[in-house]
Ligand binder design. Sequence first.
Ligand SMILES: Cc1cc2nc3c(=O)[nH]c(=O)nc-3n(C[C@H](O)[C@H](O)[C@H](O)COP(=O)(O)O)c2cc1C
Length: 348
Amino acid sequence: MWPDTRICELLGIDHPILLAPMAGTTSPEMVAAVSNAGGLGSHGCATMAPDKLKTEMAAIRGLTNRPVNLNFFCHEPPQMDEAHHKGLLTALAPHYKAAGIEAPKDMPVPEFAPFGSAHLDLLLRHPPSVVSFHFGLPEDTAVAALKKAGTTILCSATTVEEARWLETRGVDAIIAQGWEAGGHRGVFLDLDNDAQVGLFALLPQVVDAVDVPVIAAGGIADGRGIAAAFALGASAVQIGTAFITTTETRSHGRHQKAVENGHDSSTRISRSVSGRPARTHRTDWIDAVASVDAAPFPMMYHYARPLQTADGDRHQFSLYGQSANLAPAGSAAERLQHLVEDASAVMR
Ligand SMILES: Cc1cc2nc3c(=O)[nH]c(=O)nc-3n(C[C@H](O)[C@H](O)[C@H](O)COP(=O)(O)O)c2cc1C
């Protein structure tokens, strides 16, 4: 039924639908459920310390022997000086006061590191079938080592220039991430590029610019979106927000509620949570601190995280996602099956 089978053949899956890796949301259970149902389950591993990564990899292996994707961030290690720290505390002081919480005193230290040798060593011990990267790629030697171990490499691109850059570095397939996508923008060549476009404009341009298959990401949540992506030249789709509310989610109640109640004006692109631009559901914090000079990724979490405990309602500070709530309730396997059937009906 699928008009393009290149990704199914490349990844060894039945349906060209990838669960988007979502750090803090995807779980081994969700990943395995999607892979066992014939899609590609992806786990957001970027924020995990090596011990945690090891445990999660073992958990996934215990739940499925189908292909899975492990995902990592390749951001620049952040640099921040004291003047920036002090300036931020001054700018944020009224907002901490309004929330009734104490401002952090110390300079931030990064909560997690970009993909590096500790991750690579663990992956090479049990090479996953697929590894995907966000914010660019690690060193060429790491990509080469993974490919030599039989792992397929994917990476997000937000512009045609990024897609071409990735293809020349040996990426096996490119995830074209439109402006509407939930979560962090995968942008890496020009972080201040606000000229980025939505999936309808980006996808055909990327498809025309590269020879490797292209996976469409951004605002796809039902069969209509999947059919549109294929019509625009995609070989697969990667879907995030529509899986946030599945039963295997690690997202907290407030995040799920925001997604359930989402509508066209619910989200913003903001740096106020992590330091990098991300599409997130609006909160008082997002609205109030939109104009501050955010700390570099991921140090801004240090300033936003006190909100987590402000009213005992975890994750008030991080409600990443797209606005369209088109997905019915259920488990990840049911959601995948629904997407397959819906896409099939639309394409017929
Ligand atoms: C809650 C959330 C967390 C995300 N975390 C990651 C991540 O850890 N790694 C990554 O490559 N992409 C991440 N993304 C982006 C997705 O890979 C994908 O581009 C996006 O979900 C597609 O748009 P959609 O949410 O409209 O389906 C995240 C998206 C969401 C909604």
